[in-house]
Design a protein around this ligand. Structure first.
Ligand code: TRH
Length: 375
């Protein structure tokens, strides 16, 4: 089947990150994918084959090809695919809609949420001009949603092997494999430093993986990084440039703790079954806090009330703008003390998410159900 994915980059890497991950999974299921995006520079950071100066190109990934157009208001002779995915209500160009046939399935891929209301809206059609229908598709955490966006080939690889691979890729000494590993990719907040201090009190020889990112810049610009290096001389603070998304996934899977941010990185972190702290992307009217609470409600069902309390306190407090550093420190300390129990909960949560199948599988099933073809 031919599938088109339209994506506008609002900010950061998550918009194109979600689309690229979905595209890869669809490509590996033998479908022919075209991505149309307005910000190829951002795409090139997570997929190095992309040449941002080209308006059209064909790129290769694991022996499959993907067609890539720079977003434009006209693409001569381009006919829409069988399924057209409009990511995050990005408003696909009129000329393109004009070429839809009565067989075109138009999907509005929404943002991920753990809130219950999405189950009621998932798969609903919304009527458009000319009698066309656009179907809402919501990634989510239950079987009544579109599931989580993940690549079946990269997840659940053996952690030891991943660690050796990451050591080679990032130029880390293999002897560091036995230490506690902490990956940090979040937004700007003083709470990062407090969390690092707490982790390092428990594991002074931690390897901290610090990708080129807003959080690493923040740690450097505020002087926190040099202070931490002085305070914890046995820790390894490893800064490195951004890597391709498939390598990013392997790094997440090789650690003992992930501090991650937008919907794409948090999903991968959860699927590895490793303890995580979610620094959620901030939205107007604190809408993000409802999303965070909703996710915690679901995740915490996989552990005892005591551990749930510790997890909630640590993650919610991390996301508060003005947090007392003493309280945060006490919460993170509890988190580290409960670490083994949190690992068990994270593993169960990951198993549960896997059982709901991934976004690509659920989307294809929806397409085939709609068009009454066999899956
Ligand atoms: O980058 P994010 O903060 O993205 C977003 C956007 O702001 C978006 O508008 C918003 O809707 C969304 O968050 C919730 O965080 P996210 O989603 O985690 O995406 C990061 C992507 O960057 C992810 O696909 C992984 C990728 N990445 C790499 O491929 N290599 C790297 O080295 C790093 C650090 C990230």
């Amino acid at each position: 089947m031919n599938i088109d994915i339209f994506c506008r980059v609002i900010d950061n890497y998550g918009d194109i990150g979600v689309c690229w991950r979905l595209a890869k999974e669809l490509m590996l299921s033998e479908h022919s994918v075209t991505i149309i995006s307005d910000h190829l520079e951002v795409f090139a950071k997570i997929f190095h084959e992309v040449n941002p100066s080209k308006s059209f190109q064909i790129c290769c990934f694991k022996g499959k090809t993907v067609r890539l157009y720079k977003w434009q208001e006209q693409i001569e002779n381009y006919m829409p695919g069988d399924m057209v995915i409009e990511a995050f209500a990005c408003n696909i160009p009129e000329f393109f809609i004009d070429r839809f046939t009565d067989k075109t399935i138009w999907i509005n891929l929404e943002y991920l949420s753990a809130e219950d209301w999405i189950e009621g809206c998932h798969k609903l059609p919304s009527l458009q001009n000319r009698g066309l229908k656009k179907f809402f598709f919501f990634p989510g955490f239950t079987s009544k949603t579109g599931g989580i966006n993940f690549n079946s080939s990269t997840l659940r690889l053996d952690k030891k092997e991943l660690r050796s691979h990451v050591c080679r890729q990032l130029g880390l000494n293999l002897a560091l494999s036995d230490r506690f590993w902490f990956f940090i990719f979040c937004y700007e907040t003083p709470n990062i430093k407090t969390l690092i201090q707490c982790v390092l009190k428990h594991h002074p020889e931690t390897v901290l993986l610090l990708p080129e990112s807003r959080s690493t810049e923040y740690l450097k610009n505020t002087g926190s990084l040099s202070e931490l290096k002085n305070e914890f001389p046995d820790a390894v603070f490893h800064e490195y440039p951004m890597v391709e998304q498939s390598e990013f996934d392997k790094i997440l899977g090789s650690t003992d703790l992930n501090l991650v941010r937008g919907e794409d990185s948090i999903c991968q972190a959860m699927l590895y079954g490793i303890p995580f702290i979610w620094h959620i992307y901030e939205q107007d009217n604190n809408a993000h806090l409802d999303k965070l609470e909703a996710m915690l409600d679901k995740f915490c069902k996989f552990t005892t009330d005591e551990t749930a309390y510790v997890i909630r306190n640590s993650i919610i407090k991390f996301n508060e703008k003005i947090s007392s550093q003493d309280i945060l420190c006490a919460n993170f300390n509890e988190f580290m003390l409960e670490y083994d129990t949190i690992c068990e909960a994270a593993e169960k949560w990951s198993d549960y998410l896997y059982a709901n199948k991934n976004l690509s599988t659920n989307l294809l099933k929806f397409y085939y159900d709609l068009t009454e073809r066999k899956f």
